[in-house]
Ligand binder design. Structure first.
Ligand SMILES: [Zn+2]
Length: 269
């Protein structure tokens, strides 16, 4: 069973900079592994607030080189390695997070790269292992050109789009998921290049042949918060016949065995 904790649900500059929504990233617990996805501004503080023990982490995934996704990366690495004392855990990143290029500098120092057991960057389509899990990088179309999303496969399959607009072909990478986490910056009828809107999310979900059992939307910008993410989630669910929920800061979502057994999609606690 998977447990997902939202240390933040902010997206876009205004909601991040004002902390109208928190921006600490997502904790995924699956098959004995505990991963921190995109430890943005305040990840340490939010982990404390929501009683998540970062020293238990076994992996960190950082999708791209935008500050709302990486600013707490180095301190979270120090937590995972228990004060930089134990060589443990796996760090997987988009290429610019590790190496930088063009307008982007590396988001992690050479010192911090040496702390985990393994640290590597991934290009879209590349796969690697993390304990018993398989991690696959998915493509994005976003202002940071080397950003990636992730599909994490174990006893359940969890997808994370990261920041991207919808483009035909993206759906291929997100087939047959148990849970799909999507960053949706904008509500209906307010497109913004290189980011997902609810309209784009509808096209994306309709294009997926084997639909996710549960979609969780997050990464909300100001216009989305004003429009009401819960209303957008309800609209999206109705249009696509997929169970869609809008995440709240600090929310914990667990998939349950009962939901699977009864073939009703996953229940959530
Ligand atoms: Zn971004």
């Amino acid at each position: 069973m998977a447990k997902i904790t939202f240390l933040g649900t902010a997206g876009g500059r205004v909601t991040v900079l004002t902390q109208l929504r928190a921006s600490g990233g997502i904790i995924l617990e699956l098959d004995g592994e505990m991963l921190h996805i995109d430890p943005g501004p305040g990840a340490l503080v939010r982990a404390k607030q929501y009683k998540v023990r970062l020293r238990k982490l076994t992996g960190i995934l950082c999708s791209h080189c935008h500050p709302d996704h990486y600013t707490d990366l180095e301190v979270v690495i120090e937590s995972m390695t228990q004060g930089a004392k134990k060589k443990r855990g796996v760090l997987l990143m988009g290429e610019n997070v590790l190496k930088g290029s063009g307008d982007f500098r590396p988001a992690v120092s050479p010192y911090h790269i040496k702390l985990p057991e393994k640290a590597a960057s991934l290009k879209p389509g590349e796969k690697t292992s993390l304990g018993s899990l398989e991690i696959k990088a998915t493509p994005t179309r976003h202002g940071e050109p080397k950003g990636i999303g992730f599909v994490i496969s174990g006893s359940e399959k969890i997808g994370y789009t990261s920041d991207t607009e919808y483009f035909p072909g993206l759906e291929r990478h997100f087939e047959g998921l148990d849970v799909l986490i999507m960053n949706i910056l904008r509500p209906r009828n307010t497109e913004w290049p290189e980011h997902m809107s609810t309209n784009q999310a509808e096209r994306f979900l309709k294009a997926i042949k084997r639909k996710p059992k549960l979609v969780i939307i997050q990464g909300f910008g100001m216009k989305m918060l004003r429009a009401n993410p819960f209303r957008e989630a309800a609209w999206l669910g109705k249009r696509t016949r997929v169970k869609v929920i809008a995440a709240r800061d600090g929310q914990v979502i667990e998939t349950t065995r009962e939901g699977k057994k009864q073939g009703l999609g996953k229940f959530i606690k």
